[in-house]
Structure formats: C-alpha cells, structure tokens
Write a protein that binds this ligand. Structure first.
Ligand code: PLP
Length: 622
C-alpha cells in the first residue's frame, strides 16, 4: 500500500527550531544524567521514592465509576483523610488532576476564585477550567483577599492557596484566611503538596499545625510519600460530589493499585519513621546555616531552600558549576520569579547525609570565592538576552495615536522578526467593536493567548475595573508580558491611556512600566498646540519615579493646528529627550512604510539594543 506522509504537523518543526534558537527548548536529559548525582532538587523529601513497589495488581482496568474501584483505593483514602484530620478523601491519578478536578467541579461561571499569585499551575488551570471569575492576589496578601471577598456580590467564593510554597518556601496566614472565609461564607481550599509528610506535627501539614480546618485539602503522594497520585480530603458531601463531577477522576482509569499500595506504604512509613522527618529538618537547618554563613540570602523556612542570587547570569552559572561537580541543583530565573530575584532552589531530603550538605557548602564557598572570566559571563548573558525586547508605547493622554503607532511598528518589524503586540489592560472594550488588543494581535507575527484585563466601561481602567468588581494586579500584567517575551523577538506593549493614568487604586501605568523593566519606553504625543506642556509635565513626573523615557514620537493630529510640524525641535530642547519620529496620519500599513518609522524599527532591533540615549531621569530644564 502506498504510504502517505502526513504534513499537517509540519509547523511543529518550525516551532521547535524557534524554541531551540531561543534556548527555551527543554530536552530530555541524556542517559548519563540519569546516573546518580547528588541531587538537591528532588521532591522526594523523605527519601522514600527509591524503595521497591509492593506486590499489587498493575492496573485498575477502568474508571472507578465503572469497574476500576478496588479495596486498596478505599484503604488509601481513609489513611489520607486520617493524616489531614478530615472525615473523607478521594484519590486522583496526580496532584495536577486533583487540583483541576476540584476547582472545575466546585466553581462555575457565576462564582469567584481568589488565588495566590504564586499558586501552582494545576490550580491556575483548574480555575480556568471552572470558568469562574478569578482574582489573582499578590503573594500572601491577606488584605487583598479581604478586598476581593468584600467586592464580590452573588455567587460562591473560593479562596485557594498552597500551605507551603515551593519556590519561596513560605506559608500564608492560614488562620487569617479561615476567619475571612468564615466572615464571607467562602470556602478555603488548601494545597499541602509540599508540606505533608514533612511539616507540622507528625507531618500532618500546616493546616493541622495552625489548627485550621480547610474546606478541602489537596495532598500528593508523589513528593514526600515517594509514590505518585494525590488526594482531595474534606467532608463526605465533597467527596461524593467529586466522585460524580470531577472530570479528571470520572473520565480516567482508576489509580493503579500498585501505585495506591505504594502510596499507602509511603503514608505509613512517614508516620512510623519520624526519624526521616527529623533528618530533613536537621539537614535543612545545616544547609541554611552554612549558606547564610557564606553570605547567601535565603528565603522562607524548612526543607525547600530558595537562595536568592539576584542576577540570572550568576544563578545559571552557579547551577552549572555545581552540576559540573556532581551536585544537581536548578536555577530559577525570571519570568518564573520576579526580575532581580533569580535563585537556586535547593531541596533537602532524608536521603542526604551530613557529609553531602558539607560537600555542597564547600563547593559553594569555593565557587563564590572564584572570579569568573569576562567571556564566560558574557556567554551566559547572551543566552539570557535571547528573550525578546519589550517596547512600551505610552503617551501623554488617550486617543492620541498609540494604537496606530504600535500597529505600524508591528507591521514594519514583523518583516524581519517574530513580534507580538499586546495591550494588557484595556477599558472601553465593546463586544461588537474591534478592541485595541485585537488590532495589535492582528498585526503580530503570531498569536499569544490574550489574557489581560478587557473592561467594558470607557473610563479610566481603575474605574472600569471598579464597575465590574475586577481587581487589576500589575503583577498579572507583567507576567503576561514576560510570557509573551519568551516566544518573541520583540513585544510591543501598549498602555491604556496616558503614562500616569491610574490602573488600580494607588497604581498608575508608570508603576506598571517600572515593573516591566522594558528595554524601551516610547512616549507618543499629538503634534499640536499644548504638546510642549503635556510632554514636559509627563517627563517631569516620570523623572520622579525615576522612569527614563527612551524617546518621543510625535503623531500628526486629526485636526492639525498652526503649531503642527513646529514642535519637534522645541520638544527636544526643553525635555532633553530625543524625538525619534514625526509621523503623518495614515493607516498602520502606510505608516509602516514611512522612512522615519522604518528607521525607528531598525534602531529597536539593532543587535546591541538601542543606539538611542535614554531620556533624562532628571526633570527637564527650561
Ligand atoms: C503545589 C503543587 N500542587 C500540585 C502539584 C502536582 O502534583 P503531581 O506532581 O502529583 O501532579 C505540584 C507539583 O509539583 C505542586 O507543586
């Protein structure tokens, strides 16, 4: 028979090459890397994962609702419930399935989910699947949780958090969250994935430690208990509901009996062998003390040890150097963590010997003392620079041609690079009209999921958000831009309104720009009477942050006046900021052909960034 070669997935080759070009491709580790290295990045906290599996049947053969229910499942569920002092539990194939199943079964489009900004991807995805309105609150910010609960009218509310965050090794104020939830009739859902087995008295986790009864607790068997799978514990009604409605549970083969038996064995050992937990705590204390003595800045408490190195280059280099000496640790860099907080995430397990910790500390001491060659530094720096550039298009006000300029930039730039335009916050979005974000998306070289804030009232974003009881969090917008940056050579970010337009109470666009750490900030202004005042005032205000403006683009107004065409030199002289282009009116495609705009694009994409001088961070002088 003639073989037909399918070609529909050909686009994957291109996408994979692109990821490789950007150093974002995650390859499988070579076989040599499976060889035992001294691992300080495993979640096998109690050192139980390497034991042999108990003798049990391999497969359940069907969903538990059909014929896959086994006695071992029930035994595991009562042990898990007993561990977290809840009446019942239900086991899932993984923690990912437990979180997505729980949230999508409980919440619906009328409801509100309040989620900590550092919650795990499975919680984020569960919230998305539920189609509930989700407010992401800054990490550990109980005040913001209270605000979101107060602003919520109608529908149910769910507050979801981890009890021990795996990147920052910190913990929320569970008592305060419980009290708040009680006050507002909201449910408290706590993921104890990284705490159970290790933290709290008898390893029962941080809810038990705080004396807090959560409405649901998620625990995983793949971390401290050295197996796989997970559970949701709560009241019998919750378990019955999940049995009926949690789609990753209902429409999936029951947890393999051998895995369930291994998980049960892990739970038992964790309870019966407290020395494992004690060892973890001793080793963690030793590692933390040793690193602090070497001058390291650490975060949080317990067995996860986030060492804030600051510079991503240094973090990468340190991780590479340690790996080269047989110690496996991972560098976590922006955008996974905020800029300037690149870190090594070290985890301590019961399998570590005192000598292992000493070995790592000796290596760290030696490496920190050694000065790095300039060429090595610039090589790693170059790797990091492969992320796309962020060009912010802001302005002196609203309806002054920012979207026009952003679209034209994208049209011209996409001929030579992969670029994407986003407007992370937009008000005045009406269903039957094309939004600015959609216009930018159409002008981009590829599509990113638009997950910014689209608000309907044509008022300042903070007021539009208030009308819709939406909380705008700049960190969410920043994350959105960083995600786009990973896939593009350039990201054009258009601000909503002027540079000092409020986007949330007490926060303006300028604060958002400061957090974005953009390479370039362009200020758009209409070339008409009043522009000298507006630009001077804006640049003077920016200098107080301080926020250097890279350059100004003057755009011909719809109704020119006698000053149109005469402002550029004066703007330059008074503000000290270069005027990069004076553009006529025209469609974005016409503008993309304009020589001044093409020159601007060339400057933006020049290999060593801008040969532009950023604007003064001091106030303009007259
Ligand atoms: C907080 C949290 N919840 C859930 C999960 C998912 O668990 P699993 O690996 O069992 O899918 C993880 C995994 O790292 C996690 O960190």
């Amino acid at each position: 028979m003639k073989q037909i070669t399918p070609s529909a997935l050909g686009f994957l080759d291109e996408a994979l090459s692109d990821a490789k070009r950007r150093n974002l491709f995650r390859d499988r580790p070579p076989p040599s890397r499976h060889a035992p290295a001294l691992s300080f990045c495993s979640n096998d906290y109690l050192g139980l994962a390497g034991r042999p599996a108990p003798a049990e049947a391999c497969g359940a053969g069907a969903s538990r609702l059909v014929s896959g229910d086994r006695e071992i499942h029930a035994r595991l569920e009562s042990a898990a419930a007993e561990l977290v002092r809840q009446p019942a539990s239900l086991v899932f194939a993984s923690g990912y399935a437990a979180n997505t199943g729980l949230l999508s079964a409980l919440a619906g489009p009328e409801d509100l989910i309040i989620s900590d900004a550092l919650n795990h991807a499975s919680i984020i995805d569960g919230a998305r699947l539920s189609r509930a309105r989700t407010v992401v609150v800054p990490h550990l910010d109980v005040g913001e949780v209270a605000r979101a609960l107060r602003a919520h009218a109608g529908g149910r509310a769910f507050v979801v958090t981890e009890s021990y965050f795996s990147m920052d090794a910190d913990s929320p104020d569970l008592v305060a969250l419980r009290l708040l939830c009680d006050e507002h009739g909201a449910a408290l859902l706590v993921d104890e994935a990284h705490a159970l087995g290790v933290l709290g008295s008898d390893g029962r986790g941080l809810c038990a430690e705080a004396g807090v009864c959560a409405d649901a607790i998620v625990g995983t068997f793949g971390k401290a208990f050295g197996a796989a799978g997970a559970f949701v514990a709560g009241c019998p009604a919750l378990v019955a509901w999940l049995w009926n409605r949690a789609r990753p549970f209902v429409f999936s083969t029951g947890l393999s009996p051998v895995v369930a038996a291994a998980a049960l064995d892990g739970l038992r050992r964790a309870g019966q062998e407290p020395s494992r937990r004690e060892r973890v705590s001793q080793m963690a204390a030793k590692l933390r003390e040793g690193l602090v003595a070497l001058g390291a800045e650490l975060r949080g408490f317990g067995h996860v040890v986030p060492w804030i190195v600051g510079d991503a280059v240094d973090a990468l280099r340190l991780a590479e150097d340690l790996r080269a000496r047989g110690v496996d640790v991972r560098a976590i860099r922006p955008p996974s963590v905020p800029p300037g907080t690149a870190r090594l995430r070290l985890t301590v397990t019961a399998a570590h010997q005192s000598g292992d910790v000493e070995r790592v500390l000796d290596m760290v001491g030696a490496l920190r003392g050694r000065s790095r060659s300039q060429t090595e530094r610039s090589r790693v720096k170059e790797e990091i620079r492969r992320q796309g550039r962020v060009i912010v298009v802001g302005g002196t006000g609203t309806s002054i041609g920012k979207t026009h300029l952003a679209e034209a930039l994208l049209h011209a730039w996409r001929r030579s690079a992969r670029v994407v335009g986003i407007k992370p916050i937009e008000s005045g979005v009406v269903d039957h009209l094309v939004s600015d974000a959609q216009r930018l998306a159409a002008a981009s070289s590829f599509h990113v999921k638009q997950c910014g804030y689209a608000l309907s009232a044509a008022v300042s974003p903070h007021l539009a958000a208030r009308d819709e009881a939406v909380e705008i969090h700049p960190d969410v917008a920043v994350q959105f831009v960083h995600d786009a940056r990973e896939q593009a050579d350039g990201v054009v970010v258009e601000l909503a309104g002027g540079l000092f337009t409020p986007i949330a109470d007490g926060i303006s666009n300028a604060d958002l720009v400061a957090r974005l750490a953009a390479e370039t900030v362009l200020l758009v202004a209409p070339d008409r009477l009043g522009v000298l005042h507006d630009l001077t005032a804006t640049i003077r205000a920016a200098s107080t942050i301080p926020l250097p403006i890279t350059g100004i683009v003057l755009v011909a107004p719809e109704h020119p006046d006698s000053s149109t065409g005469r402002n550029a030199d004066e703007v330059r002289r008074i503000t000290g900021v270069p005027v990069l282009a004076v553009l006529p009116r025209g469609t974005p495609t016409e503008l993309a052909e304009n020589p001044a705009l093409r020159q601007l694009v060339e400057m933006l994409s020049a290999p060593d960034n801008l040969n532009l001088t950023p604007g003064p961070s001091k106030a303009p002088s007259f």
